[in-house]
Design a protein around this ligand. Structure first.
Ligand SMILES: [Zn+2]
Length: 203
């Protein structure tokens, strides 16, 4: 097909792989066409975007089961809370998990570090035992000074903090339980943070 050959010429390997994988996926779509919009198992997970985490696998989800909200760190940012509020108010989820993980990239920099890197270059930085460095200084932006990157100094504390923030949010009803977990990237296990689950208890 003409369109395909154009795509092959002008695009990346990954781009083609994704388009191809989707062809295979949609060819066997079957009964998934009948799935309803609200999550059938009525729960939501807020977790990190880390490529090693696959919530569908680590939490046993199928299409249509649950909402999965992901961002860097799995943090309870304003936007994550926006999604959770919609998830409950309009789509009926009734319990939420906040799942951070070991070896999270958000532990390896601070706002100061990323702001300083971005102020000189937007290109991917490198890291070694001396820390983060720009590979080139090809022009950056100070716009990062206006962003809180929600980095993590301590995983246990960040889980408790995020569960607390969600629980105390004026748009979150107190009857929603919020469970706090850390996913261990070395074992695939979810480790409960009891103090987080305690502050996240439904009342
Ligand atoms: Zn992470």
């Amino acid at each position: 097909m003409k369109e395909n050959s154009l795509l092959q010429k002008e695009t990346s390997k990954v781009h083609l792989e994704v388009v191809d994988a989707n062809k295979k996926y949609s060819a066997n779509f079957g009964e998934k066409k009948d799935l309803g919009l609200p999550p059938a198992r009525k729960f939501a997970i807020l977790t990190c975007m880390d490529a090693r985490l696959d919530p569908a696998k680590y939490a046993g989800l199928s299409e249509g089961d649950a909402h999965v909200i992901r961002n860097a760190g799995g943090r309870a940012s304003d936007d994550a809370i926006r999604s959770l509020v919609i998830s409950h108010k309009l789509l009926g989820t009734a319990e939420w998990f906040v799942i951070h993980h070991t070896d999270c990239g958000m532990e390896y920099f601070t706002d100061e570090i990323i702001r300083s890197l971005l102020s000189k270059s937007l290109s991917t930085a490198s890291v070694d035992q001396d820390g983060w460095k720009n590979v080139s200084e090809d022009g950056g932006s100070k716009e990062a000074n206006n962003i809180s990157f929600l980095t993590i100094a301590n995983q246990t504390e960040s889980i408790i903090e995020d569960v607390q923030r969600i629980k105390h949010h004026p748009l979150v009803p107190s009857y929603i339980p919020v469970y706090g977990y850390i996913y261990d990237v070395k074992s695939g296990k979810l480790i409960e943070i009891p103090e987080a689950t305690k502050v996240g208890k439904a009342t």
